[in-house]
Design a protein around this ligand. Structure first.
Ligand code: SF4
Length: 763
């Protein structure tokens, strides 16, 4: 402890406390909750919420409260480990030193660089964790590869929303205004409490998604905000909403168009704002005219009166605000749903007003650096980015940071090009994974991914615990330090619309583990030293901060939380466009109700509703299949105790969610002879999984909801069991490459299924 470290308080008795912000590992979105870590003899003895943190104000979710169980868990990986390629699937790991691990990576990378070239090294990124800020840099600036990959079909998380916002608003992720930029928060005189909050496909109290602190919603409810919730489930917030639009999963675009229909046809929109700042109003109005609440009600299984009521309440109570969530990303029609969601907010003029929706420039300084690293990929290598062999998905190719995940699977499966007339480049040899457990979590059709990734000669992962994907496929695993064991910066919203920067300060010395940033700097110095001049993480973070501020990382540690400056009405002041002119950073300079960008990529300029792929009304399947699989399967809802596939081995958290749950309406359960706690198979023509019945009248009788990302750390890890990876894996039922026209969005929440009782998890 140094004398001027104000974030550290000596309590005497060999005990001290560290004020810090938390991100990851273990997994989490960049919420940056403030914690006070009490340390004795280099051991964390207590973690509690920091009441002085301006956003979280002392509140924590159970995952941080259980941090000590993660830190000192007997199964945690605390040394680098390698295994022979022929031993994949076997628990024959050998502990090695960090030098050996780095030497091994360096020699393999140099070998693959020379034959067949850097493009043969693929990186796979996961979600949420701190590495999200740096994984693109690893791929581009260390490995010199253009193939920055993920396995999530349609990139169906956050990426679609960010792209839609960039195209239509020319501004970074739009967020509910919860006074997060102000030190006195809701009492700041510039702020106004939103009268209504439209919460679309999101359950923030359970998941604090994307860096939004979910309990802010409760703060606002206590101050009088009323809710309109669009969700197929009766969640805690939906139960407290004035209007709950409990739509059929995947029909969001139709509901959104019906809300616009009411707002426009009843003249409830903000004419001044629309005339001055929106492009394509007449065409948009004509487009939504056919989507009356009656028609949408029929298509979406919603009472038209709820649509009328919600539209009127939202449009006539200024200011109101809105939040959008994963449901927009996880449907093939999601671009249209997102397009229309933003249109609702624009029609009402709620953009960048107090108590409305906060906007920011498309990328803050950090967002910029990580994507600019793409320029460090040499032209010869850049020419070998995987692309869709059928020539679709031009939008993804233009906006996506790497190849479309579905295209990546095609290429890996096609590595034998003997049937292709003019084989393109190929020869993929290595993959490097960050914060991802692909076979348990993101991958639609995960068995196909297992087979495809097995073709690669050398797979490396960096993580905290062994998991099914590492056991099945990796040859080297690098152990990561947790967020209280290393230094870092939290950027809510991954640098887009970041209301604060939070310092992650090291509270305890790590075991034989390193942070993602420490590993990145070492690999960078070894492989492309000209791009990696920084000796320490502190130097690196300070250099990053200096691109925008005069102060560095030590200053941020002193401050713990640095709230960013904020101004409302940025579009009037020339603060959203790079040329400094008023307006929005879009081709028309306006919010594009009618897109001038989508047609360039073969997508329609105006929103539309398309029946979800593989739905009960889909024309892509025949009646006999519809009869056999009469239910709609929706998935992806979070549990507060887990982050995707993580935390399953943490006993206090597992007690809160001991088994994977399928939520079934009581009428449906009784029809199938299923009782609470029974094992239930969920099946469709693509596959099946088994979960425990949770019988509640919170879903429509025609819908079931399945938890995602389940595996069993307590079970046999070796193949073929792989910790029971495929037993409760809902992605067994999800198709590959059924993505939207743009490449964005995939049917994770909308496929047909049937359910039936089985005797056990093995049944
Ligand atoms: S949301 Fe939960 S896990 Fe994430 S930083 Fe806050 S308390 Fe920790």
């Amino acid at each position: 402890m140094e004398e001027n470290e104000s974030w550290v308080v000596d309590l005497g008795d060999g005990t001290h406390q560290v004020r810090t912000c938390v991100w990851s590992p273990p997994g989490d979105h960049p919420v940056g909750c403030g914690v006070i870590v009490t340390v004795k003899d280099n051991k964390v003895v207590k973690i509690e919420g920091d009441p002085s943190h301006p956003i979280t104000q002392g509140r924590l979710c159970p995952r941080c409260i259980a941090m000590d169980e993660v830190l000192y868990h007997p199964d945690r990986i605390v040394h680098p480990m390698k295994r022979a390629r022929e031993d994949r699937g076997k628990d024959t790991w050998e502990t090695i030193s960090w030098d050996e691990a780095f030497d091994l990576i360096e020699s393999k990378v140099r070998e693959y660089w020379s034959d067949p070239g850097p493009h043969s090294i693929l990186t796979f990124t996961g979600t949420g964790r701190e590495i999200t800020m740096y994984s693109a840099a690893y791929c581009h600036a260390i490995f010199n590869s253009p193939n920055y990959c993920m396995v999530l079909s349609g990139g169906a998380c956050y990426g679609p929303r960010c792209t839609i916002a960039n195209f239509q608003l020319g501004a970074g992720y739009p967020e509910l205004d919860y006074a997060a930029y102000f030190s006195d928060r809701y009492d700041d005189p510039r702020y106004e409490v939103p009268k209504y909050i439209l919460v679309w496909g999101k359950n923030p109290i359970y998941s604090s998604p994307d860096g939004f602190f979910g309990h802010a919603l409760v703060d606002l409810m206590k101050r009088g905000s009323k809710l309109i919730v669009v969700d197929p489930q009766l969640t805690w917030i939906a139960a407290r909403a004035e209007y709950h639009i409990d739509l059929r999963p995947g029909t969001d675009a139709a509901i959104a168009m019906a809300l616009c229909n009411v707002i426009i046809s009843e003249g409830l929109y903000n004419r001044d704002f629309v005339e001055k700042w929106c492009y394509g109003f007449d065409a948009f109005a004509e487009c939504v005219a056919e989507w009356t609440p009656e028609r949408a009600g029929e298509v979406c299984w919603v009472d038209p009166e709820t649509i009328y009521g919600a539209a009127r309440a939202f449009a006539t109570n200024s200011p109101s605000s809105a939040l959008w969530g994963l449901a927009i990303d996880t449907e093939t029609n999601g671009v249209q749903a997102g397009h229309t969601f933003l249109a609702i907010c624009a029609l009402c003029g709620y953009m960048d007003i107090p108590g409305g929706i906060t906007l920011a420039k498309p990328a803050s300084f950090t967002g910029k650096w990580r994507y600019e690293t793409v320029n460090s990929v040499t032209p010869e290598s850049r020419a070998k980015r995987m692309y869709d062999l059928d020539g679709r998905y031009k939008c993804w190719d233009a906006a996506g940071p790497g190849p479309l995940p579905d295209v990546t699977l095609d290429w890996l499966e096609m590595e034998d090009w003997s049937n292709v007339e003019e084989p393109p480049f190929g020869g993929f040899r290595m993959s490097y994974w960050f914060g991802t457990n692909p076979l348990s979590c993101m991958a639609a059709s995960p068995k196909r991914w297992e087979k495809a990734l097995a073709k690669l000669e050398f797979n490396v992962s960096q993580d905290v615990f062994m998991n099914p994907s590492i056991m099945a496929l990796c040859d080297l695993v690098l152990p990561l330090s947790c967020s209280v064991e290393h230094e870092g910066i939290v950027f809510p919203h991954f640098g887009r619309n970041s209301h604060f920067l939070g310092a992650m300060s090291k509270a305890v010395e790590p075991q034989d583990t390193k942070s993602d940033v420490e590993i990145m700097l070492e690999l960078g110095r070894r492989l492309r030293p000209e791009l990696w001049p920084w000796e320490t993480p502190e130097e690196f973070f300070t250099a990053q901060l200096h691109t925008a501020y005069e102060w560095g990382f030590k200053d941020l540690q002193q401050e713990v939380v640095h709230q960013q400056e904020f101004e409302y009405y940025k579009y009037e002041k020339g603060l959203l466009r790079n040329d400094g002119k008023p307006g929005f950073d879009t081709p028309t300079g306006l919010i594009e109700l009618k897109s001038s960008v989508y047609p360039v990529f073969g997508e329609q300029a105006l929103p539309y509703f398309e029946e979800p792929y593989f739905s009960p009304y889909s024309e892509q399947i025949d009646q006999s299949e519809k009869d056999e699989y009469p239910l709609v399967l929706t998935t992806g809802g979070r549990h507060i105790a887990m982050f995707h596939s993580e935390h399953r081995q943490i006993s206090s958290l597992r007690k809160l969610n001991p088994w994977p749950l399928v939520t079934i309406h009581p009428d449906t359960a009784s029809k199938e002879g299923i009782e609470e706690g029974d094992w239930v198979a969920i099946e469709n023509p693509l596959g099946r999984c088994v979960m425990k019945a949770c019988i509640r009248p919170v879903v429509d009788p025609r819908v079931v909801h399945c938890q995602h990302a389940w595996w069993y750390p307590e079970q046999e890890g070796e193949a073929p069991n792989l910790f029971g990876n495929y037993k409760s894996n809902v992605n067994n039922l999800i198709p590959h490459k059924k993505v939207g026209v743009t490449g964005y969005g995939a049917p994770y929440k909308t496929v047909i299924c049937k359910i039936y009782k089985v005797d056990s998890l093995e049944g």
